[in-house]
Design a protein around this ligand. Structure first.
Ligand SMILES: NC(=O)c1ccc[n+]([C@@H]2O[C@H](COP(=O)([O-])OP(=O)(O)OC[C@H]3O[C@@H](n4cnc5c(N)ncnc54)[C@H](OP(=O)(O)O)[C@@H]3O)[C@@H](O)[C@H]2O)c1
Length: 279
């Protein structure tokens, strides 16, 4: 089974490493990509194709793991060359998924959503999939993946994912804002302790992890919130999602690209303080 990845960031490199370990043949294309992506591909030791066209022509399963804003563009670029099944795994709304997948001329498509952190769960991360070729994608479970077919229509998997994101990213934004204020006042440890009294065991660990990952992934989350807002706006004025989207856009400007994973949330807050001091 030849599995191709369009995009080779956190998701693709993590899944690719696991698939390779379990005996799959894995491919990507790094032509024109950033140094970070090229390094990830080098570390993973997978097969490289000279172009996205070659990748599309030679993959039995082709997974798009780019960024939400690039999902349609990439599908359009490779659409007429796809020979196997094309899976969109980006955090995009059902309508963006439909648009992207409409470019895949052979019609062999499915819409997939990652539930949870790839970094924490690796190849075993829960992936929901829906669409006409969902079952073909789920065949990758024999290489250790955890793919769960939830329906036969494009958009079902991405709707679940985005509504979940609306909640989890909203909570992360609120937590970040609250704890940053507490940190500036020198009472962050106490605030964490007293919230934990109502939120229960494990709250502190998950709060710290949310703050750190919000900072590291602020750009991607701002993009993802654009997709959430589009979906929620169909049923309400999406006030909370819009605020969350603005929060992540601003955080990205304040952090300006963290290039190493912070050891603690205080490092993130110090980075913001230093940047504000320089202004
Ligand atoms: N990480 C997670 O835990 C997680 C969870 C759920 C969903 N997702 C979704 O999964 C997707 C991938 O996430 P990620 O964390 O792997 O992102 P990432 O680390 O930012 O990686 C994105 C990759 O896509 C490449 N790329 C961007 N535009 C491209 C294009 N036009 N053609 C080919 N490659 C392109 C990037 O290359 P450059 O480096 O050259 O820009 C990079 O290799 C996103 O849509 C995200 O919303 C991620």
């Amino acid at each position: 089974m030849k599995i191709g990845f369009l995009g080779f960031g956190e998701v693709a490199s993590t899944l690719a490493a696991g698939l390779l370990n379990n005996g799959a043949e894995v491919f990507t294309c790094i032509e024109g990509r950033s140094l970070k992506t090229k390094e990830l591909a080098k570390e993973t030791e997978l097969n490289l194709c000279k172009s996205n066209r070659k990748l599309a022509e030679s993959s039995d399963i082709l997974i798009s793991a780019v960024t939400p804003l690039q999902a349609v563009k990439v599908a359009k670029e490779v659409g007429k060359y796809v020979k196997g099944v094309y899976i969109d795994i980006n955090n995009i709304s059902p309508s963006t998924a439909e648009k992207a997948l409409s470019y895949i001329e052979n019609g062999k498509t499915a819409d997939a959503s990652i539930i949870g952190s790839v970094r924490k769960n690796g190849l075993n991360v829960n992936i929901l999939v829906s669409g006409p070729f969902a079952n073909q994608f789920a065949e990758l479970n024999r290489y250790g993946m955890n793919i769960n077919v939830i329906g036969s229509e494009i958009g079902q998997a991405s709707a679940i994912k985005l509504l979940r994101s609306s909640f989890t990213k909203g909570i992360s934004a609120l937590l970040f804002e609250t704890l940053y204020s507490a940190y500036k006042m020198g009472i962050d440890t106490e605030v964490l302790k007293y919230i934990a009294e109502t939120e229960g065991e494990g709250f502190k660990e998950s709060a710290v992890s949310r703050i750190i990952s919000s900072a590291v992934h602020s750009s991607r989350r701002a993009e993802e919130m654009g997709e959430v807002i589009e979906l929620i706006s169909k049923s309400s004025d999406a006030k909370m999602s819009k605020a969350t989207g603005e929060f992540f856009k601003q955080l990205y400007c304040e952090i300006d690209g963290i290039n190493k994973w912070p050891g603690d949330y205080t490092e993130v807050f110090e980075l913001i303080n230093n940047k504000n001091r320089k202004k």
